[in-house]
Design a protein around this ligand. Structure first.
Ligand code: DCP
Ligand code: MG
Ligand code: MG
Length: 447
């Protein structure tokens, strides 16, 4: 699905469709320990929100006349999403424009390459959720996890047991006060998102992130589903491929397949020691846990983005002139966003992808350099940094063929006396002051 330009990835590190953190984060979630703890401690209650046909909803808010027509949002020659009217006509996400027009000749198309409005709406949703409870983690542009365990506990102390709102997976009828209260909170939050921002979406209510995400799309659009523990194996068993498990990305699925696994059951039954030989002990345990619906990872409050970036992909770019123009175009909108953010970037990174038939996914190369402080906030279009970095990577005396360019500002720090505009995010215990640029910017290929 990386076929289209300007995907969510342009938001930088936080938007990872493969949800890598699930596999790499330190796990140690063997089934035994979790069984013990679930008896001793009250369960977590985790919500997962996913907005309905997100880009299309934003376009329908901008232009209400689009509400009742079949609407597709187009990036290049792909429909990245479409509203539910269009879906009734058989249009699907990531369909080519040609196919979509064939299915639905009345389809109205809007261009969705400029992500500005989607990004802004996306952060408004996160901000709204944070105003209820700070434990909110973004995933891509239209999803948020929320750990509402404390809210639920507090409410349960105050009130009698309550009933479930929305659907319960498999229509199960067992009592579970935590999850029932969780479903009430989810309904209230969905209502708040609707009344304050005009957006509808789905929610999943479960005891961990993995299950909340998996269950949230059971009934679409604008509905919510709660998963009780007795139905975990039903839900996991309903997934028709390994790739459907959040945390098992393209590459991981390929490696699992090479070991002979195709289904979730295969993974569940696969010998741990052989899996550990391939992935290492902790990732192997992690994978086996995921297969049975166990996920001990925390909801990590997202905080303000650690970098701002923008990118575009194309079939072929092979002249310096085109490259320079594209970089200028990307930089001009990025610089504007950087100004709105209010912080000052201290590192600039340029990323390219060369044409390759064999390695489409992992052929990105990048170089970064510090942004000299005298440039500071004056970093503008036409700055020489990008040019210099580009020539470090590409020998322009020979033919070259690029398919993507990404520009990124990172190592963002508050400017003295000027607080960041993204004040709505709960400040994290500021690592920036004591350890500048921990996650990136340590390696400076220019030096
Ligand atoms: N998106 C994109 N390219 C992709 C996948 C998604 O540009 N390969 C964008 C368009 C979507 C948004 O991300 O509107 C959210 O993706 P979802 O998969 O959640 O799809 P939607 O929200 O559009 O539809 P749904 O109602 O099925 O959630
Ligand atoms: Mg969505
Ligand atoms: Mg989504």
């Amino acid at each position: 699905t990386a076929c289209c330009a300007n995907m969510e990835i342009s938001e930088g590190e936080e938007d990872d469709t493969e949800w890598k953190s699930l596999v790499s984060r330190s796990p140690v979630a063997s089934s035994d320990t979790s069984n013990n703890t679930s008896l001793a401690a009250p369960q977590k209650v985790i919500l997962h929100f996913d907005l309905d046909c997100f880009y299309a909803q934003v376009e329908m808010i901008r232009n209400p006349a689009l509400r009742n027509v079949p609407l597709g949002v187009q990036q290049k020659y792909i429909i990245v999403t479409c509203n539910y009217v269009a879906r009734e006509h058989g249009v699907t996400k990531l369909m080519s424009v040609t196919d979509a027009k064939e299915k639905c000749p009345d389809l109205v198309l809007v261009k969705g390459e400029d992500l500005t409005h989607y990004r802004e709406m996306s952060y408004k949703v996160t901000e709204l959720l944070i105003s209820f409870c700070p434990l909110v983690e973004r995933l891509g542009f239209d999803e948020n996890f929320m750990d509402i365990s404390e809210i639920v506990e507090r409410r349960l102390q105050q009130s009698e047991t309550c009933s479930f709102k929305g659907h319960v997976y498999n229509n199960s009828s067992r009592l579970c006060p935590w999850l029932a209260m969780g479903s009430q909170v989810a309904a209230e939050l969905r209502e708040a998102i609707h009344s304050k921002l005009g957006l509808t979406g789905c929610a999943g209510i479960a005891t961990n992130k993995l299950l909340a995400k998996l269950v949230s799309g059971t009934f679409k659009p604008n509905q919510q589903t709660t998963l009780l523990s007795e139905d975990v194996s039903n839900l996991m068993g309903s997934l028709d491929s390994l790739r459907k498990v959040p945390g098992i990305g393209h590459q991981t699925a390929k490696r699992l397949q090479a070991l002979g696994m195709t289904s979730i059951i295969d993974l569940e039954l696969f010998p741990l020691d052989i899996l550990a030989g391939e992935f290492g002990e902790s990732s192997a345990r992690r994978l086996k846990s995921l297969a049975i619906g166990i996920d001990d990872s925390n909801v990590n409050p997202t905080g303000a983005p650690q970098s701002l970036s923008d990118e575009d992909s194309f079939k072929k770019m092979s002249s310096i002139k085109d490259v320079t123009e594209k970089i200028e175009e990307l930089l001009s909108s990025l610089v504007e966003r950087m100004h709105k953010d209010g912080r000052q970037p201290h590192t600039f990174r340029l990323t390219i992808r060369r044409y390759s038939t064999t390695n489409k996914w992992f052929s990105r190369e990048s170089r970064q350099c510090p942004i000299p402080s005298h440039i500071g906030q004056k970093i503008v279009v036409g700055n020489p940094l990008a040019n210099k970095l580009f020539h470090k990577m590409v020998d322009t005396s020979k033919a070259f063929h690029l398919t993507l360019i990404n520009v990124c500002f990172s190592n963002l720090r508050d400017r003295p006396g000027k607080p960041s505009l993204i004040s709505f995010f709960t400040p994290r215990p500021s690592p920036r002051k004591t350890k500048p640029c921990t996650s990136q910017g340590q390696v400076n290929p220019l030096l």
